[in-house]
Design a protein around this ligand. Structure first.
Ligand code: DQA
Length: 147
């Protein structure tokens, strides 16, 4: 069973990008920690970051055939814009958790609507990179209960 972590646009800039909102840790460091956490729990984890909507959509489509059992996704700015990425997740029916590093509800009004939250198993925001670890812990628990 595989867990897929999807990171949306501009998250490749973590570490240098607006650290007051997003922290100083790089995406590689976050992914590395998640891989170790998944491995320790006996699950394979794959992470993908893309700035291109179609790349994320096509990766979601592949989950129909690649054994992905759970998705953790930070859609980044696509959170607030992408009906297409929402429809992809709805289409494959793989359970997912939506994660945001920053507390989007404490920011600009346009960040307070998400095209994903009503489909998500749950949403974590404002806890920085720790949000991914908490989401992964939940995914692992769900998948272990399923086996
Ligand atoms: C974000 C919040 C979004 O509003 C923003 O566009 C991002 C990152 C977060 O992780 O806090 O790129 O998803």
């Amino acid at each position: 069973l595989k867990i897929l972590v999807l990171h949306g646009p501009n998250l490749n800039l973590l570490g240098v990008r607006e650290p007051a909102h997003y922290g100083r840790e790089t995406l590689d460091a976050i992914n590395q920690r998640l891989s170790e956490q998944a491995q320790a729990a006996g699950f394979a984890l794959e992470a993908l970051q893309s700035n291109a909507e179609h790349v994320l959509i096509e990766r979601v489509h592949q989950t129909l055939h690649d054994g992905t059992a759970f998705i953790l996704i930070n859609p980044a700015a696509f959170t607030h814009t992408s009906v297409a990425l929402r429809d992809a997740l709805a289409g494959v029916k793989v359970p997912f958790i939506e994660i945001h590093l920053s507390n989007v509800h404490a920011r600009e009004p346009f960040r307070q609507h998400s095209y994903f939250s009503d489909l998500a198993v749950g949403v974590i925001c404002g806890l920085g990179a720790h949000g991914y670890e908490l989401a992964l812990a939940h995914a692992v628990k769900q998948l272990a209960a399923r086996n």
